[in-house]
Design a protein around this ligand. Structure first.
Ligand code: SF4
Length: 200
């Protein structure tokens, strides 16, 4: 597990300034990143993204789709837990978005998986509603690099009954196909990785 920390980043105007930061973690060399919204209580306590109820559901879905979470990098749009677990405010998102862009610039991922509307709206600012783009490959240029983006609902949306778990799992099965498609064209030389993830 590697963390990407940008400790010199200045958070001057953010209303969450001074709170504990939960940095993105995971294997970023495999060039697939998952982006959620913000840390919750457990994430803040243990300093790791997606380890509460939402993280548990994410792990289950990835596991059932045959995707090993440990092989990829997981982060959030906002690195500090908003007070009372509320949704991050515009001010917080716009400050912390700069950190996210630093992470993306460092990793230059082949695929960005956005989990939920907050992450999707940050990465695909002109996107239509989640329903229209979820489970589809979108393209976006960030600082002159073209990225592929695959939006999926946030696990908390599923926990609230937004969609059923079978429909949710289908998105992860589609995601696996997308990852394998990318690896087979861009990452052929890493045969062990293709074999590990795609069973080939
Ligand atoms: S949410 Fe982001 S910008 Fe705001 S204080 Fe935390 S790290 Fe800094």
């Amino acid at each position: 597990m590697s963390k990407l920390e940008f400790s010199t980043f200045k958070c001057f105007g953010c209303t969450l300034k001074g709170k504990k930061k939960v940095w993105g973690q995971g294997n970023y060399k495999n060039k697939v990143i998952f982006i959620g919204e913000a840390p919750g209580a457990n994430e803040e306590k243990f300093g790791k993204p997606f380890i509460g109820r939402s993280g548990n559901l994410l792990n289950i879905m990835l596991g059932e789709a045959g995707i090993d979470r440990e092989l990829f990098y997981v982060t959030n749009v906002v690195k500090c837990r908003p007070y009372n677990n509320r949704k991050p405010r515009v001010n917080e998102i716009s400050w912390c978005e700069r950190l996210l862009k630093l992470e993306i610039a460092k990793i230059k991922p082949y695929l960005i998986v956005t989990l939920g509307s907050t992450a999707t709206n940050v990465i695909l600012p002109n996107s239509k509603s989640m329903k229209l783009i979820v489970g589809k490959i979108n393209k976006i240029k960030i600082d002159s690099y073209l990225y592929l983006v695959f939006p999926i609902y946030h696990p908390s949306y599923v926990l609230r009954g937004g969609i059923g778990s079978e429909e949710y799992l289908n998105l992860f099965l589609s995601l696996k196909k997308v990852i394998c498609g990318i690896y087979l064209t861009q990452y052929r030389r890493l045969r062990w990785l293709i074999s590990e993830i795609c069973g080939k």
